[in-house]
Design a protein around this ligand. Structure first.
Ligand SMILES: [Zn+2]
Ligand SMILES: [Zn+2]
Length: 215
C-alpha cells in the first residue's frame, strides 16, 4: 500500500491566558482509510500534553501512545509530529499555554488486489468516534457551568477534570444529547457495547444507522 494523501488540519486552537495556566493540550483524531474509503486501521483518538515543541519529542510521545512498529505508521506519525511542532510554535509555545484540536486524515492507495475486506466493526467504530467527538465540551469555555472539578465520570469513576486539567488518560469531557458528561475515551468504549447513556439510558444512536454508515 502506498500513502496517497495526508490531510493535517487544526480544527480549533486557542492560546490560554496566564490565569488559565501554561499547559499545552493537544487532542488528535487520526483517521486512516484506503482509497475506497475502507478503514485500514481503527480511528484513533490521542490526547497529549506537550512539554517541548521539538518534532523529535512529539514523535516520541505519539509512538508511545500508539505502540506501533509498522514502518508506514511510523512515517505517518513523523509527519504528524512535524506539523504539530509548527502549529505549536505559531500558537506561542513557551510563552503561553494552549489548547489545540487536530484532525489528521490519511488515505492509502491499495496497489495489490489483496484489498482488505470491509470490516463492519471498524466502520461502525469510525461513526461512533464522530458521534463522541461531536459532543466534546470545549475545555474551559463551556465547562464553567459544570462542576467538573468535583464530579466523576460515571463510567470510570475518575474525576472529569483533575486540578484544572483534563484527564490525559481518559480524555476530554464530552457531553451527549441527554446532557450527561463523560470522558471521550470512556464513552467511545461504552458506546461500542451499548447505544444508551450509562446514567439515564437515553438512546444515543440508532444501531442500524451506525452500522450502515460507511462514507
Ligand atoms: Zn471516564
Ligand atoms: Zn444521560
Amino acid at each position: 500500500m502506498n500513502i496517497q494523501q495526508l490531510d493535517f488540519r487544526v480544527m480549533q486552537s486557542r492560546p490560554l491566558s496566564p490565569s488559565e495556566g501554561y499547559e499545552n493540550l493537544v487532542a488528535i483524531t487520526i483517521d486512516i482509510k484506503s482509497d475506497r474509503s475502507t478503514p485500514v486501521y481503527p480511528p484513533v483518538l490521542i490526547n497529549i500534553s506537550l512539554h517541548s515543541s521539538s518534532p523529535r519529542y512529539i514523535f516520541q510521545q505519539l509512538v508511545m501512545e500508539q505502540e506501533t512498529q509498522d514502518t508506514n505508521h511510523l512515517r505517518l506519525l513523523a509527519y504528524l509530529a512535524e506539523q504539530i511542532s509548527t502549529a505549536a510554535t505559531s500558537l506561542g509555545f513557551g510563552h503561553n499555554g494552549f489548547v489545540m484540536e487536530i484532525d489528521y486524515k490519511v488515505v492509502y492507495v491499495v496497489v495489490r488486489s489483496d484489498h482488505p475486506p470491509r470490516d463492519e466493526s471498524l466502520s461502525s467504530r469510525a461513526s461512533l468516534l464522530r458521534l463522541v467527538l461531536s459532543g466534546g465540551v470545549r475545555y474551559r469555555e463551556e465547562t464553567k457551568g459544570l462542576k467538573m472539578e468535583t464530579e466523576p465520570c460515571s463510567i470510570c469513576l475518575d474525576n472529569l477534570v483533575v486540578s484544572g486539567r483534563s484527564n490525559s488518560k481518559r480524555g476530554i469531557p464530552t457531553r451527549m444529547t441527554c446532557s450527561h458528561v463523560f470522558h471521550d475515551g470512556c464513552l467511545l468504549e461504552w458506546l461500542q457495547r451499548k447505544n444508551t447513556c450509562p446514567l439515564c439510558r437515553t438512546v444515543l444512536y440508532d444501531r442500524s444507522t451506525i452500522l450502515n454508515n460507511v462514507d
